[in-house]
Design a protein around this ligand. Structure first.
Ligand code: NAD
Length: 436
C-alpha cells in the first residue's frame, strides 16, 4: 500500500517513518522546501531519540520518501494523513487554516478513491469540514463524483519517546463512519494488531474527542498536583510523598503527578484551551478544564514569586537557567515553561545565562539578550542563583560542590525538583524546590 503524510514535523515524520518500518511505502510531504532538502540529504531536522536511525533505515530500504510535491503524493496514495499544525488563535480556539489548505490541495488533485485521515489534533467536527473542503475543491477543479472517506486517527505520541510510542502505543484510535475506511486503516495498523495493541474503533466525532479528553485529563492531573504542591509549602508537607502515596492507589496511578512550573509544550496548553472553546460552541461548559488552565497560569506566576523570594530584587541580578526545552529529551521549546520563566525574569531586569543539552538552537529563535553557555558549570559561573527549569537527566548528577564554588551566591531554585532538599541544605545551599 502507498500512503502519504502531509506535514513532516514531530508527528508527521515519526508517523511516516513508523509506517515505513511496518513495510508500507510512505511519502512524507512538507511545504518547507528546506526541511525536505535536509531530509533528502539524510539529515533529521529535529532531535528525537531513535528517529534518525529509523528514518535512515527506511530511506535505505526504499520505503520512505520526501517531497514538496503534494500532487504526486496524493495521486500515488490510497491513504493520506494530515499532520500539519493546529495552533491556538488569540481567543484559544484552533486555527484550522493549515488543515483547510491541505484539504483544498487534496481536493484539487483527487484522482480516485482516497481515505483522508486527520492525525493533527482537531476540534470535534473538523473531519466533516475537511470532507466539505475536499469536495468543494474537487468540484471547482471539475472532478465530480470521486469518492473519498475522511477518518480521524488521533496521535498520542510523546515528544522525547515518540518513536517508541508510535511503534508500541497504549492504544490505536480509529474513527470513521464507513466500513471501507475502517478496513483500510485496520490493515495499515495490522502490525500493531498482531502485537495485541488495543484498538478503539469508533465514529469520527468520538475519535476526535478522545484526543482532547485524554490531553485535558493529563493536564488536569498536573494542575491538581501543582495546587497541592502550593498547599504542601504552606503546611510543611512534602509533595513527593503525597504523589507517591496517591499514585500507589491503582485507581489514581503514579504518572503525571510531578509538580513543576506548570505544563507546557505544543499540545496541552492549546488543547485545553481549544476544548473549553469548542465545547462552548456546542453549548457545554468544561468547568474542570477551564480551572486546569487557570491553575496552570497561577502556578507559572507562583514560580516567579519563588525566584523573587530567594533572590530579592531581580534588577541587575544574573541568573543561571538550566534547561530550555519544555521537557527532557526533546529540542522543542514551544510553550516551554522555561522560556516563559526566563522572559519574565528578563522583564524584571535580570540577566540570564542559560544552557540546554539539545534545545539551544530552537531556544535562540525565541529568546533575545540571554547568554548561551557551554554547560551547567559555565552557566553557574558568576550567577546570583541557579534555576533548574527542565529535568534533563544530566542535571541530576552534577558536581554540587563545584557548582557552589562557581556561583556568586549559593542559591538554587529548583522548579523541577531535580535535587534532594536535605542534601542541598547540608551542602550549604539556600535551596527551594516545588512543594517540598
Ligand atoms: P510541527 O510544527 O512539528 O510540524 C508540522 C509540519 O507541517 C511543518 O513541518 C510544516 O512546515 C508543515 N506544513 C504546514 N502546512 C503545510 C501544508 N499545507 N503542506 C505541507 N506541509 C505543511 O507540528 P507537530 O508537532 O508535528 O504537530 C502536528 C499536529 O499533531 C498538531 O495538530 C498537533 O497538535 C498534533 N500532535 C502533536 C504532538 C506532538 O507531541 N508534537 C502529539 C500529538 C499530536
Amino acid at each position: 500500500m502507498n500512503i502519504a503524510v502531509i506535514g513532516t514535523g514531530y508527528v508527521g515524520l515519526v508517523t511516516g517513518a513508523g509506517f515505513a518500518e511496518f513495510g508500507i511505502n510512505v511519502t512524507c510531504v512538507d511545504k518547507d522546501a528546506d526541511k525536505i532538502a535536509r531530509l533528502e540529504r539524510g539529515e533529521v531536522p529535529i532531535f528525537e531519540p531513535g528517529l534518525e536511525e529509523l528514518v535512515r533505515r527506511n530511506v535505505s530500504a526504499g520505503r520512505l520518501h520526501f517531497t514538496t510535491d503534494a500532487r504526486s503524493a496524493v495521486q500515488h496514495s490510497l491513504v493520506i494523513f494530515i499532520a500539519v499544525p493546529t495552533p491556538p488563535q488569540e481567543d484559544g480556539s484552533t486555527d484550522l487554516s493549515y488543515v483547510d489548505e491541505v484539504a483544498r490541495t487534496i481536493g484539487v488533485h483527487l484522482d480516485g478513491y482516497k481515505v483522508v485521515v486527520t492525525k493533527s489534533t482537531v476540534p470535534v467536527k473538523t473531519a466533516e469540514r475537511v470532507r466539505r473542503t475536499i469536495v468543494e475543491a474537487a468540484t471547482v477543479a471539475g472532478k465530480l463524483g470521486i469518492r473519498c472517506s475522511v477518518a480521524s486517527n488521533p496521535e498520542f505520541l510523546r515528544e522525547g519517546s515518540a518513536v517508541e510510542d508510535f511503534l508500541h502505543p497504549d492504544r490505536v484510535v480509529i474513527g470513521a463512519d464507513d466500513p471501507e475506511a475502517i478496513a483500510i486503516l485496520k490493515d495499515l495498523y495490522k502490525p500493531l494488531n498482531l502485537i495485541e495493541v488495543p484498538f478503539v474503533i469508533t465514529n469520527v466525532a468520538t475519535a476526535e474527542l478522545i484526543k482532547y479528553a485524554s490531553n485535558a485529563f493529563l493536564a488536569t492531573k498536573i494542575s491538581f498536583i501543582n495546587e497541592i504542591s502550593a498547599l504542601c509549602e504552606a503546611v510543611g508537607a512534602d509533595v513527593h510523598h503525597v504523589s507517591r502515596a496517591m499514585g500507589l492507589d491503582g485507581r489514581i496511578g503514579r504518572k503525571f503527578l510531578h509538580p513543576g512550573p506548570g505544563y507546557g509544550g505544543s499540545c496541552f496548553p492549546k488543547d485545553t484551551l481549544s476544548l473549553v472553546q469548542f465545547s462552548r460552541e456546542f453549548g457545554v461548559e468544561q468547568r474542570i478544564v477551564a480551572a486546569t488552565v487557570a491553575a496552570n497560569d497561577a502556578q507559572r506566576e507562583r514560580m516567579i514569586t519563588k525566584v523573587e523570594q530567594m533572590v530579592g530584587k531581580l534588577r541587575g541580578k544574573t541568573l543561571g537557567a538550566l534547561g530550555l526545552s519544555f521537557k527532557p529529551n526533546t529540542d522543542d521549546v514551544r510553550e516551554s515553561p522555561a522560556i516563559w520563566v526566563i522572559r519574565q525574569l528578563q522583564e524584571r531586569g535580570a540577566h540570564i545565562r542559560c544552557y540546554d543539552p539539545e534545545a539551544m538552537k530552537t531556544a535562540a529563535r525565541e529568546l533575545s539578550g540571554v547568554e548561551f553557555c557551554e554547560d551547567a558549570y559555565d552557566t553557574a559561573k558568576g550567577s546570583d542563583a541557579l534555576l533548574f527549569l527542565t529535568e534533563w537527566n544530566e542535571f541530576r548528577k552534577l558536581d554540587l560542590a563545584r557548582l557552589k564554588e562557581l556561583l556568586r551566591e549559593p542559591v538554587v531554585i529548583d522548579l523541577r525538583n531535580v535535587c534532594e532538599p536535605a542534601e542541598m541544605l547540608q551542602m550549604g545551599f539556600r535551596y527551594t524546590g516545588v512543594g517540598r
